[in-house]
Design a protein around this ligand. Structure first.
Ligand code: SAH
Length: 214
């Protein structure tokens, strides 16, 4: 069960110093260096959930700036609480629908994009809402710097097969495709588990992953 409404989460998010208000970002795409106060590379996770993965990455790599994008306040609030326990200067959050992601980052402003355990939207008529769809890849194409990579992990084989099929029509190429990440000693090295990855791999589900570029 996912809680859609955690009491007071909207207010807490509006007041949080860790969350960059969406309206501010709409006014100034291309200004993330100003927000972080440095010119370090920017890596983003779209649909970060409670932020376990991106918080761990930000802690491990202080020389990289991270932005976690999450649609729901009730989930984002958990990432904020984690930051209150362990504050990191190189991690910020955006509460927004990812369909506007190319309006809050400038052209080529992002150095890496992560998608982890994105919602499957199983009905065909909802294919455009899937975060690895060609429609979303076109948005990522604008904001991702040339020669930079996008990484996607999921245990949902149907979603993964769809995502792989979208690559060619969208003009992207795969550098890595695996259908069992945890069984691949080389690829799994340095792997940081997301909350969903822990949950689904502990149930025995293999984890699919691709790394793509264009
Ligand atoms: N990445 C986390 C959470 C996976 S669940 C993990 O691997 O553990 C997918 C998350 O993506 C949910 O929190 C959901 O609210 C968010 N999400 C789905 N569609 C989104 C969209 N269009 N924009 C922003 N966030 C979205």
């Amino acid at each position: 069960m996912r809680l859609r409404n955690v009491a007071g989460s909207r207010e807490a998010i509006a007041e949080s110093a860790y969350v960059v208000p969406e309206e501010v970002m709409f006014e100034k795409p291309g200004k993330w260096a100003e927000i972080f106060g440095n010119n370090n590379p920017i890596h983003i996770e779209i649909g970060m959930g409670k932020g376990q993965f991106i918080h761990a990455l930000a802690k491990k790599n202080p020389q990289i700036n991270y932005v976690g994008v999450e649609k729901y306040s009730s989930v984002l609030i958990r990432a904020i609480q984690k930051m209150e326990q362990e504050e990191l200067p190189n991690l910020k959050f955006l509460r927004m629908d990812a369909e506007d992601v190319d309006k809050v980052f400038g052209t080529g402003e992002v150095d890496k994009i992560y998608l982890n355990f994105s919602d499957p939207w199983p009905k065909d008529r909802h294919a455009k809402r899937r975060l690895p769809s060609r429609e979303f890849l076109a948005r990522y194409d604008k904001i991702l710097k040339k020669d930079c990579k996008l990484e996607f992990k999921t245990d949902n084989r149907d979603l993964f097969d769809f995502a792989v099929e979208e690559l060619e029509p969208a003009g992207w190429k795969a550098e890595v495709i695996t259908y069992d990440l945890h069984a691949d000693a080389k690829l799994v090295e340095g792997n940081i588990m997301t909350e969903y990855e822990e949950k689904f791999s502990s149930m025995g589900n293999p984890i699919c992953k691709y790394i793509i570029f264009r």
